[in-house]
Design a protein around this ligand. Structure first.
Ligand SMILES: [Fe+2]
Ligand SMILES: [Fe+2]
Length: 189
């Protein structure tokens, strides 16, 4: 455990609920595991994992209120973008309230929902840990678990492909960062 940040864990659990907080613990565990494979700082992986959903409040009203307070509501006010909002706000709150200064950790939080082209190793690790942590059971998770220990870029390509298929199938909004991430990892691996 990274002692410097442990003092915030109770507060996060209080804000997002025990289930969501336990998910953060599993994402941190998976992030540490992947960090060790790819030579990434284990502590950074743990912090990014623990804080990635620090603003995923159950009550959307709180999310929107806080986002407007920090003036990051636009263009995320539109309902299609709501899933992304907690990540954008999360990066701001992680810095302002939880004293996280490391840019790579803040970016890993900021981009954990959308991805983006040219992600750092830590960004990819948290993105993948979020969707492959031990309690995930959806169709396609096993191929991601296999790929993420072989190549982060290849796993990103598969993860983004799966995500786009689901989003289009649901006629859901697709963030531009997700599209450019998909194009990037399609030819990158
Ligand atoms: Fe999230
Ligand atoms: Fe998450």
């Amino acid at each position: 455990m990274v002692m410097a940040y442990e003092k915030y864990y109770n507060k996060i659990e209080e804000k997002i609920g025990t289930d969501r907080f336990n998910h953060c613990i599993r994402v941190a565990e998976k992030s540490i595991y992947l960090a060790n494979i790819y030579g990434v700082d284990e502590e950074k992986a743990e912090i990014a994992g623990m804080f990635h959903d620090c603003c995923k409040y159950k009550d959307e009203e709180i999310l929107i209120k806080k986002a407007s307070k920090y003036k990051i509501l636009e263009p995320y006010l539109w309902s299609g973008y709501r899933k992304v909002l907690h990540a954008k706000l999360g990066a701001v709150i992680a810095k302002e309230k939880y004293s996280i200064e490391d840019e790579d950790i803040l970016n890993a939080i900021y981009y954990h929902t959308t991805g983006r082209a040219c992600m750092s190793k830590l960004e990819k690790i948290v993105f993948l840990a979020d969707i492959t942590e031990s309690s995930r059971t959806y169709d396609g998770v096993e191929i991601l678990r296999k790929l993420e220990v072989e190549s982060l870029d290849l796993a990103m390509r598969e993860a983004l492909s799966q995500s786009l298929v689901k989003l289009v199938g649901n006629r859901a909004f697709i963030a531009e960062d997700t599209i450019s991430a998909y194009n990037y990892y399609l030819i990158r691996w």
